[in-house]
Each structure stands twice: as structure tokens, then as C-alpha cells.
Design a binder for this molecule. Structure first.
Ligand SMILES: [Cu+2]
Length: 126
């Protein structure tokens, strides 16, 4: 009776071990897929020497502007002096701003501190 009970416990332990193993395998597959998706949809732009870049991305991509300059800047949708729907506050040296482009189109942006700084993000369908 004692031996039988031990065997049942062992079987149970093996069963749970198996289900946990399967669960973790599925979890790792999905999480790695998710991480893969996220890294492919983030583009970084470094602001250096008063320059803004013109780039083309697919919809759903998040663009991150990192201020590598010694002056504060903004990333503001539109064309000077008109601001559009989205924009950053002042981005100090070393700080960053992120925006996800969900819809296709051409989006001009500029800096409210230095209106001659302009750029365009072209978003094509994913
Ligand atoms: Cu600026």
C-alpha cells in the first residue's frame, strides 16, 4: 500500500513536470515571437547637429527620437509655424520621445525651438 502510494505520487510528479514543461515551451515560443515583432517595429533616430531625418517605415512602427545634441529640441507634427496632432514636449539632451505611426501617409515634423529643423516620416502599409 505504501509502495503503491509512492508510485502514484511519482506518476503525478512526472505528469505535472510534463505539463509545466509543455507550458513553458509554448510560453517561450510565443514570447520570443512577440519580442521579435517588437524589435522589428522600433526605429531610432538620433538628433545630432540640428538634423532631422527623412525615413520610410511600415505602419505600426514606433519611431524613437533620441536627443544626442547639446540643445533641447521638439518633435512636432506639421510644418512651421503650424503644429499638428502629435508632438513631444521639450526633449533635453539625452532624453527621448516615442511615437507609433498606425496609419499610412506622409507626416512632416519640425522643431518648435529651431523651425528650420524639419523632417518627414513616410508610412507605407504593413
Ligand atoms: Cu531644435
Amino acid at each position: 500500500m505504501m509502495v503503491l502510494r509512492l508510485c502514484i505520487y511519482k506518476l503525478r510528479a512526472q505528469f505535472y513536470g510534463l505539463t509545466h514543461g509543455a507550458f513553458f515551451l509554448i510560453f517561450f515560443i510565443f514570447s520570443s515571437l512577440l519580442i521579435g515583432c517588437q524589435t522589428s517595429s522600433l526605429i531610432e533616430i538620433r538628433i545630432i547637429d540640428f538634423e532631422y531625418e527623412n525615413i520610410e517605415i511600415t505602419s505600426g512602427t514606433t519611431v524613437r527620437w533620441i536627443n544626442g545634441d547639446d540643445k533641447s529640441h521638439t518633435v512636432t507634427e506639421g510644418n512651421p509655424p503650424i503644429s499638428g496632432e502629435w508632438g513631444s514636449p521639450f526633449i533635453a539632451t539625452g532624453d527621448q520621445f516615442e511615437y507609433q505611426f498606425k496609419k499610412p501617409g506622409s507626416f512632416d515634423y519640425w522643431c518648435r525651438v529651431h523651425p528650420f529643423m524639419t523632417g518627414t516620416i513616410r508610412v507605407i502599409d504593413n
